[in-house]
Design a protein around this ligand. Structure first.
Ligand SMILES: [Mg+2]
Length: 288
């Protein structure tokens, strides 16, 4: 159970390429989050991963963490916020509180129609076997099976010419869907994002706990940008090619690399900048 009385800050964080590096050390990541929680900082994972995948990390937490899954299409609420949701008159499924206008199956049907109609070349996770998802992601068979348990978004592997992506996006838009680019895959989903989900969580947390909280965010990819912009301060992590996504946030820092330890160092730096008496000139804005 999250103890609201002791929490003074919240960190929304991406996982792959941010809290997790290629070693995929879930135990190390959970250890850092638990350390922060003991200091009154609540870490909320926000990922393109499924609820089933995130639940493996959540199981290692010392607290009942809220989760943002599938790029913001799903929110998993902790027990004490679920009752708050009922009090606020929320009636939708607590796992996908931002209720998708289209189910996962419907999204896959739309994709199939567009693919065959326009002869686009791509593969969605629904078309791939567990073994093929494992090969594409680098996950083991167990992890790939969890990655296929989707509620509201479809990752695709684009094998067509990159110039055709704009046409594909337009076709999706006409069907009420949009395309977000993650670190490895494109994700087809209804128009929401990690920023919308983070704001929704903060709205409910603020209404429930009534406390003033510092809100931070960490991420590396374009799909993290709305979440980074929704926070008071953010840490940018390098993408696979070493570059950082463009960010105009006035309170941003650049982390050295992905992984639990550099992540903790970045969060500590953000906390020290934000929690000390505000002198904007002191803050090393690092946007290009
Ligand atoms: Mg990432």
């Amino acid at each position: 159970m999250v103890d609201n009385k002791s929490i003074h800050a919240i960190v929304f964080t991406d996982l792959d390429g941010t809290l997790l590096d290629d070693r995929y050390d879930l135990a190390g990541a959970a250890y850092m989050c638990n350390e922060l929680y003991a200091r009154g900082v609540l870490t909320i994972p926000a990922s393109s991963k499924t609820k089933a995948e995130l639940s493996e990390l959540k199981a290692l937490f010392s607290y009942d963490a809220p989760l943002i899954s599938e790029n913001g299409a799903g929110i998993v609420w902790p027990e004490n916020l679920q009752s708050a949701l009922l009090e606020l008159g929320e009636t939708s499924d607590p796992d996908t509180t931002i209720t998708p206008p289209m189910s996962y199956e419907q999204i896959c049907e739309v994709l199939e129609t567009i693919k065959h109609g326009q002869k686009f070349e791509f593969s969605g996770f629904s078309e791939l076997s567990v073994e093929e998802v494992a090969a594409a992601t680098g996950l083991d068979i167990h992890g790939a099976a969890l990655a296929k348990q989707r509620l509201a978004s479809e990752p695709i592997i684009w094998s067509d010419e990159s110039v055709r992506l704009a046409d594909f996006k337009a076709q999706l838009q006409a069907k009420g869907l949009h395309l977000v680019s993650g670190g490895r895959f494109h994700h087809v989903m209804h128009p929401t994002d990690k920023g919308v989900a983070a704001r929704r969580l903060m709205q409910v947390i603020a209404a429930t706990w009534g406390t003033k909280l510092t809100v931070l965010a960490c991420g590396d990819s374009p799909n993290d940008k709305p979440m980074l912009e929704a926070a008071q301060a953010c840490a940018l992590f390098p993408q696979r090619d070493g570059s950082y996504i463009p960010c105009t946030h006035p309170f941003s820092i650049k982390a050295k690399s992905a992984g639990a330890l550099p992540w903790l160092e970045a969060v500590n730096e953000l906390l020290s900048k934000v929690l000390k008496p505000p002198r904007q000139a002191d803050f090393p804005a690092s946007h290009p």
